[in-house]
Design a protein around this ligand. Structure first.
Ligand code: GDP
Ligand code: MG
Length: 163
């Protein structure tokens, strides 16, 4: 099995933006038909000389219902279990929410190493959220911007140390 990296976190923090950046121009393995709920996308990730399988979770923003929490928990637990490293993403501009805390609890319970990415950290708007992220108990957050490509060398170092 290839070295596997799972991207986890609540909706809208930038997981898919990060996924797309890591797979670059390669085509995602699963069906991209509009309207089809995709809970999980996999692709060949690359960061410098590192190659890995990257898994994007929670592609079900269109199916908010009372099973959302349960599905998200299940999906995240599976992704974490199968991964060598989990990338936990938070939105540093929005600050922490109860859902971020719930994801963090799930990750702290597991044994998969976690890299905490404080996304949307371009500019100053992310600074309070970055500081808040220390309270998740997942180690030092990496200031990151999936959109602007900030923090990729720190992410590389953290992944390389675990590969
Ligand atoms: P997901 O639901 O976690 O997969 O989040 P998405 O990747 O779909 O992104 C949610 C929103 O955040 C989109 O509007 C993105 O353009 C935006 N976004 C993602 N990364 C960044 C970032 O680094 N900075 C800012 N400012 N916005 C971002
Ligand atoms: Mg997404």
């Amino acid at each position: 099995r290839p070295f596997t990296v799972a991207i986890v976190g609540r909706p809208n923090v930038g997981k898919s933006t990060l996924f797309n950046r890591l797979i670059g121009k390669q085509i995602a393995i699963v069906d991209d038909t509009p309207g089809v709920t995709r809970d999980r996308r996999e692709g060949q990730g690359r960061l410098g000389p590192l190659n890995f399988l990257v898994v994007d979770t929670a592609g079900f923003e269109d199916s908010y219902d009372d099973s959302l929490e349960a599905r998200m928990r299940q999906q995240t637990e599976r992704a974490i279990m199968e991964a060598d490293v989990a990338l936990m993403v938070i939105d540093a501009r929005a600050g922490l929410t109860p859902m971020d805390e719930a994801f963090a609890r799930l990750l702290r319970k597991g044994s998969t190493p976690v890299i905490l990415l404080a996304n949307k950290c371009e500019g100053k708007a992310g600074e309070p959220g970055l500081l808040e992220a220390y309270s998740l108990g997942l180690g030092d957050p990496v200031p990151f911007s999936a959109q602007h490509g900030i923090g990729l060398s720190e992410l590389y170092d953290a992944l390389e140390a675990r590969a």
